[in-house]
Write a protein that binds this ligand. Structure first.
Ligand SMILES: [Zn+2]
Length: 149
C-alpha cells in the first residue's frame, strides 16, 4: 500500500547526509517501509504533515547497537488525514516540543534526534503507518512513501 498523503521531509535537507531504507536490520515485517534519515545527533525533527499528536515519549536516555535497546526509543506519533500516521524514533531525552493532543503544522519542530533505542548511528527513524487493529504496539503496518514534497 502506498501513502495517500503528501509528506515533507522530517529533517532539513541541508542537514541530511543520506536516506537509508534497507540497511537497518529492524526494517523487516511491518517495519519494511520505514525510512532512516541519517543526520547529525541533535538535529531538529519536523512534522512531515499537518495533524494531531497522538503519542509522545521522551523520557529515555538509553540506546545503542543492540536489539536489547529496542524498547528504550523515544518517539512521537502524529495522526493525519486519510487514516495515516507518522512516527519519529530515536529522539533525544526531554527534547519533545509538542504534547499529546496538540495540533501541528507541516514543518513544525517537534523534537531533536538522539541515540535512544536500537540505533547504530545518529539518525531519525521515520515511518508512515496505518492501524490494522486496536493494539498500538502490534496492530499496524507501514506503508510506502517514495517521494517527499
Ligand atoms: Zn529505522
Amino acid at each position: 500500500m502506498r501513502a495517500k498523503n503528501k509528506y515533507t521531509m522530517p529533517v532539513l535537507q541541508s542537514l541530511l547526509q543520506r536516506i537509508d531504507r534497507t540497511s537497518s536490520p529492524a526494517h523487516v515485517g511491518n517495519l519494511r517501509n520505514a525510512v532512516d534519515f541519517i543526520v547529525p545527533n541533535n538535529t531538529v525533527v519536523l512534522a512531515a504533515a499537518e495533524g494531531v499528536v497522538t503519542y509522545v515519549k521522551d523520557d529515555s536516555n538509553v540506546g545503542g547497537p543492540d536489539p536489547s535497546y529496542w524498547n528504550y526509543t523515544n518517539f512521537i506519533s502524529i495522526m493525519h488525514q486519510n487514516g495515516e500516521y507518522t512516527r519519529y524514533d530515536h529522539l533525544k531525552r526531554n527534547s519533545a516540543k509538542v504534547r499529546t493532543g496538540q495540533h501541528v503544522q507541516a514543518g513544525q519542530e517537534i523534537a531533536n534526534v538522539g541515540m535512544t533505542g536500537y540505533t547504530y548511528i545518529p539518525h531519525l527513524h521515520f515511518q508512515v503507518f496505518v492501524f490494522t487493529g486496536y493494539n498500538i504496539w502490534t496492530d499496524f503496518d507501514t506503508i510506502e512513501i517514495n517521494d517527499f514534497i
